[in-house]
Design a protein around this ligand. Structure first.
Ligand SMILES: NC(=O)c1ccc[n+]([C@@H]2O[C@H](COP(=O)([O-])OP(=O)(O)OC[C@H]3O[C@@H](n4cnc5c(N)ncnc54)[C@H](O)[C@@H]3O)[C@@H](O)[C@H]2O)c1
Length: 254
């Protein structure tokens, strides 16, 4: 296997592994040798992912709500107890909300966005970082969004939460870089996974309209986003730190 895409003997923790990017990433890394620690709030989907990747590699799974601190602590403990190390963590679990302008944001929407999309990432890092510091190296990839780099009309709470992910990514990169622990984020444009199954985004017409917002005039295939995740996680990509990488068909080139 090309060493640039050889994940043998590396332990990778992936949240939101039950569907979408997380599922495809788990499959891609499993076929390239990684040992996996998987989590999702949807137990059935999580079990399906675990079974699917177990054909190629050793994988353990723990279901729960990633907004809860205890799950994040337990996931790192599971990684260390099972594989003795944690080399890569992908804080990918996330939720969207029905499109609405800022003045219509409810407390429930804001709480959910900051619970899953921010606390899920920050509690993850809180436990992943010490494990990586102890073994003198590691890489955390947070899944932000293009809404973490710029405004997202009718996605205000999501954009606020994803900007927070970009902020904590850059901050941690500076704090831990000297210890050989790197933190980056990926910021995709819209891609047709389950997360787009919300009112306003879930019809072909709505998605065609979203696609027109990209210079490439199409949405990203989920596999294209996951391919970029794997390139970012490549053992060869060892000096990138603190970056929020857009995968957007050129939207940010405008
Ligand atoms: N698909 C897109 O258009 C897009 C664009 C930019 C960023 N993202 C981000 O990509 C990440 C993955 O999303 P996706 O597109 O694969 O969507 P998805 O809905 O297929 O996957 C998200 C996963 O997160 C899980 N999840 C949701 N709430 C959770 C919770 N409280 N605890 C644990 N797990 C939970 C879901 O069950 C699901 O399996 C998210 O962070 C999302 O914000 C997606």
């Amino acid at each position: 296997m090309d060493p640039l895409l050889n994940f043998s003997n590396l332990t990778v923790l992936i949240t939101g592994a039950g569907s979408g990017f997380g599922l495809k990433l788990a499959e891609g890394l499993a076929s390239r040798g990684a040992n996996l620690v998987l989590s999702d709030i949807n137990e059935d989907n999580l079990e399906n992912t675990r079974k699917s990747v177990s054909k190629h590699t050793e994988a353990v799974a723990l279901a729960g709500d990633i907004a809860e601190e205890s799950l994040n602590r337990n996931l790192v403990e599971l990684a260390l107890n099972t594989f003795g190390q944690l080399d890569i963590a992908v804080n990918n679990a996330g939720v969207a909300h029905n499109p609405a302008p800022v003045h219509e944001m409810t407390e429930d929407i804001i709480d959910k966005q900051f619970g899953v999309n921010v606390k899920g990432v920050m509690f993850g890092m809180k436990y992943q970082l010490p494990a990586m510091l102890k073994q003198k190296g590691g890489h955390i990839l947070n899944v932000s969004s293009l809404a973490g780099l710029g405004g997202a009309p009718k996605g205000g709470a999501y954009a606020a939460a994803k900007h927070a992910v970009s902020g904590i990514t850059r901050t941690a990169a500076i704090e831990y870089g000297r210890k050989n622990v790197r933190v980056n984020a990926i910021c995709p444009f819209y891609s047709p996974t389950n997360i787009l199954n919300v009112d306003g985004y879930n019809t072909p017409e709505a998605q065609q309209q979203l696609a027109m917002g990209s210079p490439m005039k199409r949405l990203a295939d989920p596999q294209e986003v996951v391919n970029t995740m794997m390139l970012l996680l490549s053992p060869g990509n060892s000096y990138m730190n603190g970056q929020t990488i857009a995968v957007d068909g050129g939207v940010t080139a405008w």
